[in-house]
Design a protein around this ligand. Structure first.
Ligand code: HEM
Length: 397
């Protein structure tokens, strides 16, 4: 069953404009995939294409949950669900090393799929009612809203996947710019109708991206199984509360930091080694729950908003257990099954509806990315049809 929930905390400024922005971002996602993965390459995800591995897990609701936390997935204390978790790099280009020679890195992802949760869901997963929780290892998302994210995607499309021009307006007052460079930036600001508020978001994005690269926001990761991950964006918790969620390892998982001269895929190597060992891994799954009436305070429409833990502490609601050993993590059939999985925040119980501009954008974009890559990789689609389609696109735009 597909339901569209209603959220009292969302504020859509201009619905028609928003629908246009969503449609254009979905279109650009597919276009970028076609450029990155011309046949015979296997087409990977729109972002998070690089997997460190998928592990089987169980997701158990804590026994001691007070009644006010028994909502949606957490309605039955003590209940255990089976789950699968995919660990990834957020970086859109699959060949980037986990850590570059300057010690800089991108964001890491943890996507949990909890199977057969029953209840009413916003979007079914095939025929199943599954609950997906998608997280990155920072408590904030680098882009405030869909307007900013669309502008980034236009630049990735025009500039061969290089995002730098997104930040050009921040350079406008730099004394090192020539008059011609300034004019280009001013033309860009005018063409994209960039407002002072957009520039403020841009500065926040630059600070977050820099904080991620240089480990100022969260420590650099030695093992994907040992990092803390966050939803960053907000979700409903029942009818009149909102939540952000996080998964945090209960005990440290070695190695605690990257090796001195890390290999290109050092994170996959660390995960594989742990999953070939005997030590099971546990994460606490935790929620920040808020019921503020003031939407200014909640800032639902800005996914770069931080909810400080000292003001809004996380509450433990479930435990994730990843039993070891799972030697199959590297088997070809397991890797292929994992690559064909589809995660989206909209595989969700109605009680956990994704909210805010970035989350509304995600609905169509994840669907476009998943449908496009699964169709492109499908053995039933004759290879030459895709080849001819791409040749036409290349020749005639
Ligand atoms: C709070 C913000 C976000 C978080 C925490 C997040 C997290 C993730 C994670 C962990 C994955 C990997 C899922 C997997 O392993 O299959 C993923 C995939 C993806 N994300 Fe996001 N993401 C966020 C925002 C966005 C936005 C704004 C967009 C674009 C509109 C986006 C587009 C995608 C796409 C296209 C995929 C691949 C979908 C597929 O082909 O199956 N994400 N995201």
């Amino acid at each position: 069953m597909t339901t569209t929930g209603k959220c009292p905390f969302e504020h859509i400024h201009d619905l028609a404009e928003e629908q246009q922005q969503i449609a254009e971002t979905a279109e650009l996602t597919v276009k970028l995939l076609d450029k990155r993965y011309a046949p015979p390459k296997q087409m990977l995800r729109g972002v998070h294409p690089k997997s460190h591995g998928c592990v089987n897990a169980s997701f158990s609701i804590n026994n001691d949950l007070p009644p006010e936390l028994q909502v949606g997935l957490f309605a039955t204390p003590g209940k255990t669900y089976s789950a699968i978790i995919r660990f990834s790099n957020a970086e859109a280009l699959v060949d980037k090393p986990d850590l570059n020679e300057d010690g800089e890195h991108g964001s890491r992802g943890m996507a949990i799929k909890i199977f057969d949760v029953g209840g009413d869901v916003l979007q079914t997963d095939g025929n199943a009612n599954n609950q997906d929780f998608l997280m990155i290892n920072q408590p904030v998302f680098a882009f405030a809203n869909m307007r900013d994210y669309l502008r980034l995607n236009r630049i990735l499309d025009q500039d061969k996947d290089i995002p730098n021009r997104f930040f050009a307006p921040l350079q406008l007052n730099s004394s090192s710019l020539t008059e011609e460079q300034k004019r280009h930036i001013l033309d860009y600001i005018e063409a994209e109708n960039i407002t002072p508020e957009d520039i403020q978001h841009m500065a926040a994005t630059a600070a977050i991206v820099n904080g991620i690269k240089t480990s100022k926001i969260t420590p650099s990761v030695g093992n994907p199984l040992g990092a803390q991950y966050f939803s960053a964006a907000p979700f409903m918790f029942g009818d009149n509360k909102v939540m952000k969620f996080s998964a945090k390892p209960i005990a440290p998982v070695p190695p605690l930091s990257p090796p001195p001269a890390p290999a290109q895929d050092y994170l996959r190597a660390a995960l594989t080694e742990t999953m070939h060992g005997e030590e099971s891994i546990e994460f606490d799954f935790m929620l920040q729950i808020r019921e503020d009436i003031s939407d200014v305070d909640l800032e639902i429409e800005n996914a770069s908003t931080h909810w400080p833990e000292n003001a809004f502490p996380f509450v433990k609601v479930a435990k994730i257990t990843i039993e070891a050993p799972q030697a199959e993590v590297t088997s070809a059939s397991h890797v292929s099954k994992c690559e064909n999985l589809v995660f989206t925040p909209w595989h969700a119980l109605v009680e956990h509806q994704p909210i805010g501009s970035i989350n509304r954008l995600r609905r169509a974009v994840y669907q476009a990315s998943a449908e496009h890559r699964l169709q492109a990789n499908s053995p039933t689609l004759p290879f030459f049809i895709r080849w001819i389609e791409n040749a036409f696109k290349f020749l005639f735009g």
